[in-house]
Ligand binder design. Structure first.
Ligand SMILES: Cc1cc2nc3c(=O)[nH]c(=O)nc-3n(C[C@H](O)[C@H](O)[C@H](O)COP(=O)(O)OP(=O)(O)OC[C@H]3O[C@@H](n4cnc5c(N)ncnc54)[C@H](O)[C@@H]3O)c2cc1C
Length: 413
């Protein structure tokens, strides 16, 4: 009888582990607590807008190699769209000024020396202190490492780190900021092309993965929440799903790919991140202006990024904890007024929806980062996965997929 690998949680970490294992011919069962697959990265039909929307706008970069490999594996790499080069358009909501950052392809950052490519009003020398982030000790915050003020910080470093770390950057971990910079800007423009799932997260990252898993014989059980794990001396002996208990043979294995608060309630003594930051998205049913960039950074407004999709304009506010309990209609009005100002779309509020993810990511502080466990546990058949495990990256699609790949690799025999 071949062994079974039980994967708990059908977010991207669980799905990527399932894809790797099923590709090796392993028997895989994915158990998901909710009625849908994708976890924090999913699409759903929104009745108010009468259209399918994403729980939140997700940006990938061309240097997210694990994510791109995952997409190639499920035959969906062509569903991401983005410019041919690493270009980031910005607009200042207060002054109306617009500019585009153009990072050159190679590793040598000559874009910094070219006034037509770098941030207007900055000099090449202004960028030098950023190098300090690359070698900061793990205990340091961004605020303890670089000066968090001035034009370069406010117009470039702050928006990029806020998006990547989902935390007010001065409080963010310099080590995680460094990991982001190393794998993007420091790796050259070829690693920084912004990519978005134009037709939605579901049809790009989730449904093709389910199809592929089905084709490889993997089983996905929805509304099948793991309630408890029964531990023996050195292994998990049974999985308790409430109405059903699955006894695991000596060969079977478990990948726990649930969020940290769920993992710590299932595994005694497990230290996990305990603080989180929210992300707020507003979706507006309206055709974006012709030639609108797929994503536009906004400074000096309530919104931080504007995403343009067919028939829909969506905005993102990272580290949006203060807005989580705010009045929905006021939030829609306020964010739309920014969108209207910078895009020239009419000021009248179009049909809208607000989606607030309270625990969008763990708080990327040095203290919370230090609480992230590795994938291995003291039980020989239990492995952890998830964007919150110690991937060396902030909580991102890339981190989640790498964690799933690593969990699958640890179970290789
Ligand atoms: C609004 C928003 C915007 C984001 N933007 C970006 C972005 O632009 N770029 C980027 O790279 N990343 C972004 N992220 C982060 C990215 O979505 C996550 O890092 C990634 O989806 C995490 O995947 P995961 O599998 O680790 O966890 P999850 O997606 O949380 O998956 C865990 C799964 O486990 C299930 N589960 C929980 N308990 C149990 C149980 N007991 N039994 C069975 N199943 C259980 C859950 O229901 C869930 O499906 C964003 C996140 C949000 C919320």
């Amino acid at each position: 009888m071949p062994r079974t690998v039980h994967i708990i949680g059908a977010g991207l970490a669980g799905l990527s582990a399932a894809l790797k294992l099923s590709a090796r011919g392993e028997r895989v069962i994915v158990h998901e607590a909710t009625a849908f697959v994708g976890g924090r990265c999913r699409s759903y039909h929104d009745a108010t807008l009468g259209m399918t929307i994403d729980n939140g706008n997700h940006l990938l970069l061309s240097g997210n190699h694990a994510a791109l490999d995952y997409l190639r594996d499920i035959g969906a790499a062509d569903r991401l769209i983005g410019p041919q080069a690493a270009e980031f358009s910005f607009a200042d909501a207060a002054t109306g000024q617009r500019w585009t950052l153009r990072i050159n392809d190679g590793r040598l950052p000559w874009w910094i020396f070219d006034p037509a490519r770098r941030l207007p009003g900055t000099r090449a020398l202004d960028y030098a202190p950023l190098a300090r982030l690359l070698w900061a000790p793990p205990s340091k915050t961004v605020g303890e490492t670089i000066q968090c003020k001035g034009l370069l910080y406010q117009s470039l470093v702050e928006p990029l780190l806020l998006a990547a770390l989902n935390i007010d950057p001065p409080h963010g971990s310099a080590k995680l900021a460094s990991a982001v910079i190393r794998q993007t800007i420091a790796a050259g423009g070829r690693a920084c092309r912004p990519l978005v799932a134009r037709e939605g997260l579901g049809s790009t990252l989730i449904e093709p993965a389910l199809e592929t898993l089905k084709g490889r014989g993997a089983i996905v059980r929805l509304e099948h929440q793991l309630r408890a794990l029964r531990f023996g001396a050195d292994r998990v002996e049974a999985l308790d799903f409430g109405k059903e208990t699955i006894v695991s043979t000596a060969d079977d294995a478990v990948i726990l790919a649930v969020p940290p608060y769920a993992a710590s309630s299932l595994v005694r003594g497990l230290e996990v991140p305990t603080e989180f930051r929210a992300i707020v998205n507003a979706h507006f049913r309206i055709e974006p202006p012709p030639n609108a960039p797929p994503i536009l950074g906004v400074l000096n407004g309530a919104v931080q990024w504007i995403f343009s999709f067919p028939g829909r304009v969506s905005i993102t506010i990272s580290a949006g904890d203060e807005l989580v309990d705010s009045h929905r209609e006021e939030l829609a009005q306020k964010t739309w007024s920014d969108v209207s100002r910078v895009t020239g779309l009419p000021p009248a509020l179009p049909p809208w929806q607000i989606v607030r993810e309270r625990r969008a990511t763990f708080a990327a502080t040095p203290a919370q980062d230090a609480r992230r466990p590795g994938a291995k546990t003291q039980w020989r058949n239990l492995v952890l996965a998830g964007d919150w495990t110690n991937t060396g990256l902030p909580a991102t699609i890339e981190g989640a997929i790498r964690s799933g790949n690593r969990a699958a690799a640890l179970l290789a025999r």
